[in-house]
Design a binder for this molecule. Sequence first.
Ligand SMILES: [Zn+2]
Length: 175
Amino acid sequence: MNESLRAIWQELGIAEAILAEKRLCIYEEATALVDVETGLDGRVWQLTVEAAAAWRAMQAAAAGDGVTLRIASAYRATARQGELIRRKLDAGQPLSTILQVLAPPGCSEHHTGRAVDVFSPGGPVVEEAFEQTPAFAWLQAHASQFGFTLSFPRDNRYGYVYEPWHWCYQPPAQV
Ligand SMILES: [Zn+2]
């Protein structure tokens, strides 16, 4: 853990022991990012070059099957993750509760620029009900062909809530 990350954790009151307890890892923050899509609120979502290409290919294939996939969240900086946790702390939520839905700064797959939160227009956004949508059924059947996997299935080993919307692109293994 580098010094700037350690400072963020200290400010939020997150103990380093949580890394071992929750079996978390520190993700390298993406550096080279490309714009992928603009949300309804005007935010521009970014991914790494490779993940963006895989996402576009998957999105096009889904569209060919009549399924519209859109991004609710993509790359997120470590500092931004800290701000999101700080906001919930300031609203009075206990840290342990917050960390069931938000990874500690540095530990979110969104830092890698390879993770996307997916929704389909008109359907639930970042809610478990996404599991009931045709978009989720399509992803379960086809996402792996594009290198995307579901990171947090039910009863996952990180103790995170089930996130049917969160998919991460893993680059093909280097030979
Ligand atoms: Zn996510």
